[in-house]
Design a protein around this ligand. Structure first.
Ligand SMILES: Nc1ccn([C@@H]2O[C@H](COP(=O)(O)OP(=O)(O)OP(=O)(O)O)[C@@H](O)[C@H]2O)c(=O)n1
Ligand SMILES: C[C@](O)(CO)[C@H](O)COP(=O)(O)O
Length: 228
């Protein structure tokens, strides 16, 4: 069961307010993106990493890939204005692989075990995502007032990796691009062309580093996992 992975890392990290791309923030003396890349580097099922970057940061990413000996990076492509555009640019570089994973560079705590569960599900179902049941009560709000409380038992918070048959996710991105549709994840593009997406229950620690407080959680997760 082999796959290639597209890792979008071309964002600006505006919500992190770090004054730089959050992929370069150091956790335990290693940039966030290195923690993420190392998971796929050591996964025997991973046949290649397509890293999507901001062209202005190419030199920094080249230096990181060299310094940390990330040998599975087979392509480093320019991102776009939206995450979806970045992912699509990466997907176009996939070669000789039936299954592709798409994983945020800002999610360094994914595990090989969960990746393998996801790949097997994508092989069988065509599309699969990692998700966790929502723990909070979710309300729809307009103009500062509650409009409705969403029934929680069927709500899941979807993460990445998201895994697909390459042909399916390429078709979904092509259709979204033609129709000018922008989704917040790749599975939504597959859903909108009528395909079912399988849920694989993930781990609440597979957080996306988005705002400054997420770095506190990240430090706690790393301290629990390593001697850092
Ligand atoms: N145009 C974009 C936007 C996002 N991403 C990547 O997609 C992942 C998830 O996006 P997000 O967490 O929103 O990152 P940013 O866009 O950098 O954050 P912000 O919205 O706060 O600027 C990140 O690894 C980010 O680098 C990307 O490759 N290209
Ligand atoms: C793809 C994603 O990580 C799934 O939860 C999320 O939608 C990315 O959102 P962002 O605003 O682009 O970080």
């Amino acid at each position: 069961m082999f796959y290639q992975v597209v890792i979008p890392a071309a964002g600006q990290g505006k919500r992190m307010k770090a004054g730089k791309n959050k992929q370069f923030i150091e956790l335990c003396d290693q940039p966030v993106i290195v923690h993420t890349l190392k998971v796929f580097e050591r996964d025997e099922w991973c046949e290649g990493i397509i890293l999507v970057i901001n062209e202005a940061e190419r030199e920094q990413f080249n230096e990181i890939v060299k310094r940390y000996s990330i040998k599975k990076v087979i392509s480093m492509v320019s991102g776009g204005t939206e995450r979806q555009h970045s992912v699509y640019n990466g997907l176009k570089k996939i070669q000789n692989s039936d299954i592709v994973l798409i994983h945020d560079g800002a999610r360094p705590f994914i595990t090989v075990e969960k990746i393998h569960e996801l790949v097997q599900a994508a092989k069988e179902h065509g599309a699969a995502v990692i998700a966790v049941p929502v723990k909070d009560t979710i309300k729809r709000v307009f103009d500062g007032y509650v409009h409705e409380t969403v029934e929680r038992s069927s709500l899941w918070a979807v993460q990445t990796p998201q895994a697909f048959h390459v042909s399916l996710v390429l078709e979904a991105h092509e259709r979204a691009s033609l129709e000018g549709y922008i989704g917040t994840d790749d599975a939504s593009l597959v859903e909108r062309i009528g395909k079912q997406v399988r849920i694989i229950e993930g781990d609440y620690r597979n957080i996306k580093l988005t705002t400054p407080d997420d770095l506190l959680f990240a430090q706690a997760i790393l301290s629990n996992w390593t001697s850092c």
